[in-house]
Unconditional design. Structure first.
Length: 198
C-alpha cells in the first residue's frame, strides 16, 4: 500500500501554496491533494450528520428512564393518603412521568466521576484538528523525507504518515476518524515561520 505524508494548515491560500511547491519539487500533481477537514464529530458519516450512530452520553438513558418511572410511580402510589382515592392513578402517572424525565436526564450524564473523565481524556488517542489538509503520495523514503521537510518548511502542523492512495488529486480512502501516525520533529529541527518566507 502506498504511503501518504500529510500536514495541516490554517488557511486555504497557504494550502494552495504548499500544493504548488510540492508539484514544483517534482511530485506528480495527481498524487497531491488538499481539502478542508471538519472538526471532530462533524464529518457527516451518517445521513443525519455526525460521526456516531448514538450519542455516547445517552447510552444508559433507557435504563435510567425505566428506573425513574418505577421510582416515580411508587412515590405517587405512596401519596394515596394525601391525594385520596385518585392518588394511585393521578399520583402514579404524574410520579412516573416526572421520574422518567429525571431518570433520562441523569442517564445522559457521563457517570459523574470527574477523575474517570480526566483519565479517559489523558488516554484518548489524538484526534485530528480541523483545518486545511495537504497530502502527497510518496514512493520511497527519499520522497517521504522531502515531503516532510517541505511541509514543515511551509508551516505544516501535525504532519502525519498514512497508508492510502491519492488518485487524480483525491485521497479517496482517507478516514477522518482514524488515529493519525504523527511524525515527530527531529531534535534541533526548527519549523520556519511562513511569514518569513513572504
Amino acid at each position: 500500500m502506498p504511503r501518504i505524508i500529510a500536514g495541516r494548515f490554517e488557511l486555504q491560500e497557504q494550502a494552495q501554496d504548499v500544493v504548488d511547491e510540492l508539484v514544483q519539487a517534482g511530485f506528480a500533481r495527481e498524487h497531491v491533494t488538499s481539502f478542508y477537514l471538519n472538526p471532530a464529530g462533524r464529518h457527516d458519516e451518517y445521513p443525519i450528520g455526525g460521526d456516531q450512530a448514538v450519542s455516547p452520553g445517552a447510552k444508559d438513558t433507557g435504563k435510567s428512564v425505566a428506573a425513574g418511572v418505577a421510582a416515580g410511580a411508587a412515590a405517587g402510589v405512596a401519596a394515596t393518603p394525601v391525594l385520596g382515592p385518585l392518588g394511585p392513578v393521578t399520583g402514579g402517572l404524574l410520579g412516573a412521568h416526572l421520574g422518567g424525565l429525571a431518570g433520562g436526564l441523569s442517564g445522559m450524564k457521563d457517570e459523574g466521576d470527574a477523575g474517570k473523565n480526566e483519565q479517559d481524556a489523558e488516554n484518548a488517542a489524538p484526534a485530528r484538528k480541523s483545518g486545511m489538509m495537504v497530502g502527497v503520495e510518496v514512493d520511497d523514503e527519499e520522497q517521504e523525507d522531502r515531503a516532510i521537510s517541505l511541509l514543515r518548511s511551509m508551516g505544516g502542523m501535525d504532519i502525519e504518515r498514512a497508508e492510502g492512495r491519492i488518485a487524480e488529486g483525491d485521497w479517496s480512502d482517507f478516514n477522518p476518524q482514524s488515529i493519525p501516525e504523527l511524525i515527530a520533529e527531529a531534535p534541533g529541527q526548527q519549523r520556519s515561520d511562513p511569514a518569513q518566507r513572504a
